[in-house]
Design a protein around this ligand. Structure first.
Ligand SMILES: [Zn+2]
Length: 335
C-alpha cells in the first residue's frame, strides 16, 4: 500500500488537469480489470465483469475516488517577476504559506504572502509565487497565464504505519481502489464492479456525477479522507487516525444510504475489521454527487481519517487504508 500511495502522490495533477495521474492509474488498473475507458469529462473507469447469468440478481457496484488535487492558477505576472495566482479548490492559505510549489511544466517556486500581511488577513490576492525571476520578461519565459501550480508532492513514513505528505487527499483513496482491484482480480464475483477515478472533486464534486450517470450503479462506495477529532484543541468528534476504516454516516452534503451503512457495520463486526463511525459536521465528497445522479443509488463512503487536510503535511495511517480494502471486499461479498 505504501509504495502504491507514494507512486500516486508524486505525480502532480490539479483539478481539470488530471491527464498525468490518469495515465499512471490506467497503467496500474488495466491489468486488473476486463475493460478500461475514459469518459468525456476525463473520469477513468475500469470494469470487472460479474459472472452471474441472472440479470435480475446482478448488481452494478460503483467504487469511486478522486484523482485531482487543490492548487493555484496563474492570473498575472508583476513587473518584478512575482506571479499572481487564484486558488483552485479549498486552499488553506495559512497551511500553504511559504511552501515550495511546482507548475505543470515543472517550474519550481515558493508561495509566499506579500510582505507585512498578517495571517488573519490572508487571501489569495495577497499571495504571490516567486520563481526567482528578476523581471516579468524572465518569468514569462517559464510561466504563462493560466498555468497551474500545486504544492510540492511528497510522502514520508512516520511512527509505525503513519505517513505524511501530500496529496494524501485523495491519492490514498485511489490506492485503496487499486489494492482492492488486485485482491478481487482472480476471485469470482457475481456483480459488475466499476472502479471510477473521478476528476474535479476539489472544485465541487463535478466529475463523479456524469461518471455515475454513465454507469447507473445500484450501489456505490466512495473513498476519501475525513477530518479527525484526535489532535490537540480539535473539536470533539469520534473519528481518529489509526482506529480503522471510517464508515461515513453523514457529512454536510450527504446522508449515506441506511442499507449501505448497516451492511458495512455488520460485515465489519462479523469479520473483525477495524472500523469506526464518521459524522462530519462540515465538508463533502463525491458520495452526494453519485447518490443524486440519474435515478439515484444506494451510496455510502469509507473514509481514511486524515489530520491536517489540504496542507503539505496531511497525515494518515496505512493500516486504516488496508482496513478500507478488507471492508470493501467483505461488503461486495455480502451483496
Ligand atoms: Zn478528497
Amino acid at each position: 500500500m505504501y509504495n502504491t500511495l507514494k507512486t500516486l502522490c508524486l505525480i502532480p495533477s490539479i483539478s481539470g488537469r488530471e491527464e498525468r495521474i490518469r495515465e499512471k492509474i490506467k497503467e496500474m488498473i488495466s491489468p486488473l480489470a476486463d475493460e478500461c475507458y475514459t469518459d468525456n469529462l476525463g473520469n477513468l473507469i475500469a470494469v470487472k465483469r460479474g459472472n452471474t447469468k441472472d440479470s435480475d440478481s446482478k448488481k452494478k457496484i460503483m467504487l469511486c475516488a478522486h484523482m485531482d488535487e487543490i492548487g493555484f492558477i496563474v492570473t498575472y505576472i508583476e513587473e518584478k517577476g512575482f506571479i499572481r495566482v487564484s486558488t483552485v479548490g479549498g486552499i488553506n492559505l495559512v497551511a500553504s504559506s511559504c511552501s515550495q510549489v511546482i507548475s505543470e511544466r515543472g517550474v519550481k517556486g515558493v508561495l509566499v504572502p506579500e510582505s507585512g500581511v498578517k495571517a488573519a488577513d490572508f487571501s489569495a490576492d495577497k499571495f504571490v509565487i516567486d520563481i526567482g525571476a528578476k523581471s516579468r520578461k524572465e518569468a514569462e519565459r517559464r510561466v504563462k497565464i493560466g498555468d497551474f501550480f500545486v504544492v510540492n508532492p511528497s510522502l514520508a513514513r512516520l511512527c509505525g504505519s503513519r505517513v505524511c505528505g501530500r496529496p494524501i487527499d485523495d491519492r490514498i483513496g485511489c490506492a485503496v481502489m487499486i489494492k482492492l482491484a488486485e485482491s478481487l482480480k482472480d476471485k469470482p464475483c457475481a456483480h459488475d464492479i466499476y472502479y471510477a477515478f473521478s476528476v474535479q472533486e476539489e472544485v465541487g464534486c463535478r466529475g463523479a456525477k456524469p461518471a455515475a450517470f454513465g454507469i447507473s450503479p445500484d450501489y456505490a462506495l466512495v473513498y476519501d479522507v475525513a477530518g479527525t477529532g484526535d489532535t490537540l484543541g480539535a473539536k470533539p468528534m469520534e473519528c481518529a487516525v489509526g482506529h480503522g476504516a471510517a464508515i461515513k454516516i453523514k457529512d454536510s452534503s450527504v446522508i449515506c444510504h441506511s442499507e449501505v451503512v448497516d451492511r458495512l457495520r455488520s460485515v465489519a463486526e462479523e469479520k473483525g475489521i477495524p472500523h469506526q463511525l464518521e459524522i462530519l459536521t462540515y465538508g463533502g465528497t463525491d458520495t452526494s454527487s453519485i447518490q443524486m445522479s440519474g435515478f439515484g443509488c444506494r451510496a455510502g463512503a469509507l473514509s481514511i481519517p486524515t489530520r491536517y487536510i489540504h496542507s503539505s503535511v496531511e497525515m494518515a495511517d496505512i493500516a486504516d487504508a488496508e482496513a478500507c480494502v478488507a471492508l470493501s471486499e467483505a461488503f461486495i461479498e455480502s451483496i
